[in-house]
Design a protein. Structure first.
Length: 241
């Protein structure tokens, strides 16, 4: 007997042409209901994720997305390691702006804070929700240096170019880091290990020059400290001969 769980039924009613196998492949949820049990707001995170993955943000509002307090317990307890909180946080910010096109930038920033970049499928969902073209959203994202349309490397290195860091040698540090990593500013290494960017200011002027690696901040940096921090044995362009 083919029994379809409530969550799978939730997906299935969106597109009756899809088979159960296709539905499961899209969302590995096993309908254990653990996320429902751990949510102190009484929400069913996996159902909310289904809303958001399908671009049904109005349904997410009806199912209580605005009550989510971003605790992350649902993701922490999920036996399938589904990043439920990412979907819920994105759905929450979209529901807050309620199709207000002026909220595009904060929506994109929230989206990027969850994924590290702007996934194409989420851009499509946002475009439909705000009644904007995908091309318009991509052009906005391309205009702002802080927004990315491609995934960064596993280690995202940012060098601060604020006034204090500039005076303390940030331009030279940037050139030296480019040599160490074998990439230019704005590029990602071929092995997807490093992405190198610069930022206007990270707000740690007393520690200039400053770099960030993913979410960690390091101050008083120089070439040798960067080599040590990133565990780089030598310059990518060094010629032993």
């Amino acid at each position: 007997m083919n029994v379809i769980s409530p969550v799978l039924s939730f997906f299935k009613k969106r597109d009756d042409k899809k088979t159960d196998k296709e539905i499961v492949r899209e969302n590995p949820c096993i309908d254990c209901s653990i996320c429902l049990e751990v949510c102190d707001k009484g929400l069913w995170p996996s159902v909310l994720m289904a809303d958001i993955k399908a671009g049904q943000f109005e349904d997410a509002r009806k199912h209580g997305i605005d009550q989510c307090n971003d605790c992350g317990d649902c993701s922490a307890e999920c036996p399938m390691s589904i990043p439920l909180y990412k979907y819920l946080r994105v759905g929450k910010v979209l529901s807050q702006y309620n199709k207000d096109k002026s909220g595009l930038i904060p929506i994109l920033l929230e989206l990027q804070s969850n994924y590290g970049y702007l996934p194409e499928d989420m851009i499509s969902h946002i475009a439909r929700y705000l009644n904007l073209s995908v091309g318009h959203i991509r052009s906005v994202a391309s205009f702002y240096k802080s927004l990315r349309l491609t995934p960064p490397g596993r280690r995202h290195v940012c060098i601060c170019r604020g006034t204090a860091c500039h005076i303390s040698g940030a331009p030279k540090l940037t050139r030296e880091t480019e040599k160490l990593l074998g990439i230019k500013e704005g590029e990602t290494s071929a092995d997807n290990e490093y992405t190198l960017d610069t930022v206007a200011c990270v707000g740690c002027c007393a520690l200039a020059p400053v770099i960030t690696v993913n979410s960690e901040t390091y101050g008083k940096m120089d070439r040798e400290k960067i080599k040590k921090q990133l565990k780089i044995p030598g310059d990518k362009d060094e010629n032993p001969g």
